[in-house]
Design a protein around this ligand. Structure first.
Ligand SMILES: [Zn+2]
Length: 175
């Protein structure tokens, strides 16, 4: 059950310092800033950034009260690369590392389930994706585009998430 009184609007506790950090991350990449704020607000327990970033964005993520670290992965050819993961609790980073550190990138059902859990995707959408990865979604493109999961048909959770994703997306656009 959601206590409406506790749903404090981001704007109310908006902080100039965070605004500057969002802007700095956005200068690296819009989605990096968007994921950072979604994670900071708690909609996503953990986020992953797969493109290489230097130490500065990593420091900014930490200054936003997020735990952030690089995780070494492999591709099938054996080549290694670093991902950046960030979350509100060290626990979620540990769970991710336990499953994926030094492991090859794959799209197995197990991987999709673990990632879905950590990235805050509705369980129904995760199960649906495991069964049918490329099923058409039913939300308007502009709504589906701001999500990071593909919604299942008749989803009972995604419609409640959309306004929160939209709100945070608007903030990242506006700073
Ligand atoms: Zn769903």
């Amino acid at each position: 059950m959601i206590d409406q009184d506790k749903l404090v609007d981001v704007a109310e506790r908006w902080d100039r310092e965070i605004e500057a950090k969002i802007r700095a991350l956005r200068a690296v990449d819009f989605d990096l800033a968007y994921l950072a704020l979604l994670t900071r607000e708690g909609i996503k327990p953990l986020s992953r950034w797969e493109k290489p970033i230097d130490d500065r964005p990593l420091t900014i993520l930490r200054q936003m009260d997020l735990h952030a670290e690089r995780i070494r992965r492999k591709v099938r050819s054996g080549k290694v690369f670093d991902e950046t993961i960030f979350g509100r609790t060290a626990m979620h980073l540990e769970i991710y590392a336990e499953h994926f550190r030094d492991r090859p990138v794959d799209k197995s059902a197990e991987t999709v389930r673990v990632e879905g859990f950590l990235f805050g995707y509705p369980p129904c959408c995760v199960s649906h994706y495991v069964r049918q990865p490329y099923a058409p979604h039913e939300f308007p493109v502009h709504q589906q585009e701001i999500l990071f999961h593909s919604s299942c048909r008749g989803c009972e959770i995604t419609p409640s998430l959309i306004p929160h994703y939209e709100r945070i997306h608007r903030i990242v656009c506006a700073v």
